[in-house]
Design a protein around this ligand. Sequence first.
Ligand code: DQA
Length: 149
Amino acid sequence: MSENSNLIYVLNGPNLNLLGLREPEIYGYDTLDDIAGMLEDRARELGLEIEMRQTNHEGMLVDWLQEAQAEGAKAVLLNAAAYTHTSIALLDAIRAIKTPVVEVHLSDPSKREEFRHISYVGMAAANTVQGHGAKSYLIALEAVANETF
Ligand code: DQA
């Protein structure tokens, strides 16, 4: 495993490809491309590099978490979307790697339906940033840059 201390994986789970169109009253009007652009601009200023990905498939997120470690990434920002609330495989994957994972959500799941109150990702993540819309990603990036997670 070679250390690549500038590289940040930003992994996005199911339905986040529809951001901007999908329930904008909850998730806002920014698309995932808009968020990638914001992150890349800020990352450039911070001397960091963003690897932005989205998948609708749970196992793909597991593969990418393992890849982040294999690539020696500094950290992962993970919005696992609905898998947050269901996936023991993601809990195990986060525990299985040494790369720190920051859980990210646009909304605040703890203030929504009861079934969103459990977070398997949060049980293993180094930190959680939620409820700030697209800015949640930027706040998480700052935390990683400052190593305040
Ligand atoms: C979400 C919150 C989840 O509860 C939901 O399933 C999502 C998006 C968020 O970013 O607010 O798909 O992760």
